[in-house]
Design a protein around this ligand. Structure first.
Ligand SMILES: [Zn+2]
Length: 444
């Protein structure tokens, strides 16, 4: 009968230790990097020169990262420039003399008109594109092309000389300068080869704009900078967006992920009303946007918990569309910096990767004596998804400092406490070695 008592006692101890260990080792992927309460990405469109001459030194000063959507064909030394992919343009021009523009020839004509060898014809592409894309006013768009082609036939435009940026010295950033910025942590992304109205390009030219700007960036800056694209004018044209998503991991103006509410710059929905896991909240500070409003976006992001604030800048200090002054940027970035305790400020691709890796991630953990082992897996197969994620692991009450080891990497972190629970926060790479947590015993 004595042995029975022993068995009962052992069972009781096992149950007790399970209960005590219930929290210990429990691990989750935090919603944002480093356990922050929201994320902010600074993004710039069009690559105008003061983004680099004025905004970059300010961001350097605060240590803030940013992402630049660049028009690759405009940069001196680029291999791929604006061109028409298709039949000889002479044949297209000849046809316009007896066949008015209609739904069957519209896309070819709209794609070609900017690249007929004359100065000034690209305006007709842009105007027809705007009418078609934003108003869906096809008939009016056709008439704009008819007018443009008629002028071409009458010789109203001067011939365009071969592409030569040398006379524009200092107007454009160079690939050498961009490479240096990339090496310092700034991200670059595609804003196509020529900034066209993609909704009115035919398939061959749509593909050229997306693939050749990607190829140029790949050759000049490397794979890391081919993650995303911004289709010009924020178009949500389905053909453009689907074409972009076939060739890039993400477009800035459209995020299809089911767990993300995607609010573009013209969407007035209050992100506080979203019920989704994340809200991608795009806001575009323009010349006339009050500083107080801009700061309120940051406050909301720091306070709410599920917002990724994507700020979209264009011109800076007089150059580019609706420019902000350098003084305003300095004031604003200083404000963002002051909220860094609650905000994760990161490049566009890093935040997108974090959200997706977390959504596709699984974490398992087990405790063996004084060691807690954690396994972080993700089922994303694209090579881009290599961002380390922040894990939160509960540790025993008596632990004060913990050594985190994953492969060759070792780091010591302090134990934190909230609501009586003790835990550590640390970063771990997905699909890599098992992470080992062990207590660091201090010697007096
Ligand atoms: Zn643009």
């Amino acid at each position: 009968m004595k042995s029975l008592n022993v068995v009962t006692l052992t069972a009781a101890i096992v149950v007790f230790s399970c209960f005590a260990a219930g929290q210990v080792g429990k691990t989750e992927i935090t919603k944002w990097q480093d356990g922050k309460n929201g994320a902010v990405s600074l993004t710039y469109d069009d690559g105008s020169i003061n983004q680099f001459r004025v905004a970059v030194p300010i961001m350097d000063n605060f240590g803030l990262p940013a992402t630049f959507f660049i028009i690759t064909g405009e940069i001196p030394g680029s291999r791929y420039h604006g061109t028409f992919v298709g039949r000889p343009t002479k044949a297209i021009i000849a046809e316009t003399s007896n066949t008015p523009t209609n739904k069957d020839n519209f896309f070819e004509r709209a794609s070609a008109i900017g690249f007929l060898g004359y100065k000034g014809t690209i305006e007709y592409h842009t105007r027809a594109g705007e009418l078609y894309d934003e108003g869906k006013n096809a008939e009016q768009a056709y008439r704009v092309l008819d007018e443009g082609y008629e002028k071409v036939r009458k010789g109203a435009f001067p011939p365009d000389v071969a592409h030569d940026n040398s006379s524009e010295n200092g107007k454009h950033i160079t690939w050498d300068e961009l490479r240096a910025l990339a090496n310092r942590g700034y991200e670059f992304a595609s804003h196509t080869v020529t900034h066209p109205r993609m909704a009115v390009l035919d398939d061959a030219n749509l593909v050229y704009e997306l693939e050749m700007s990607r190829q140029e960036i790949l050759d000049q800056l490397g794979f890391k900078h081919t993650f995303s694209v911004e289709c010009p004018y924020g178009t949500e044209n389905d053909r453009a967006v689907q074409g972009a998503l076939l060739r890039y991991q993400l477009t800035r103006n459209y995020m299809p992920d089911s767990d993300v509410d995607d609010l573009d710059r013209s969407n007035d929905m209050d992100p506080a009303t979203s019920r989704k896991e994340y809200v991608r909240w795009q806001r575009g500070p323009l010349t006339e946007t009050p500083m107080e409003l801009m700061k309120s976006w940051v406050d909301k992001t720091a306070g709410q918990g599920n917002i990724w604030l994507v700020l979209v800048f264009h011109g800076v200090d007089g150059i580019g569309w609706k420019p902000k002054t350098g003084a305003d940027l300095k004031n604003y970035f200083s404000y963002i910096k002051s909220r860094e305790q609650s905000l994760w400020v990161a490049t566009f691709q890093d935040v997108a990767k974090y959200l997706r890796e977390r959504q596709h991630g699984t974490v398992t953990s087990y405790r063996d004596g004084e060691i807690i082992s954690v396994v972080l897996r993700s089922d994303l197969t694209n090579l881009s998804y290599d961002l380390p994620l922040t894990l939160k692991t509960h540790v025993p009450d008596e632990w004060k400092i913990v050594e985190i080891q994953q492969g060759e990497k070792r780091k010591q972190v302090d134990v934190l406490q909230s609501n009586g629970a003790k835990y550590v926060l640390y970063q771990a790479a997905p699909n890599a070695e098992v992470v080992k947590l062990s207590r660091v015993t201090q010697t007096q």
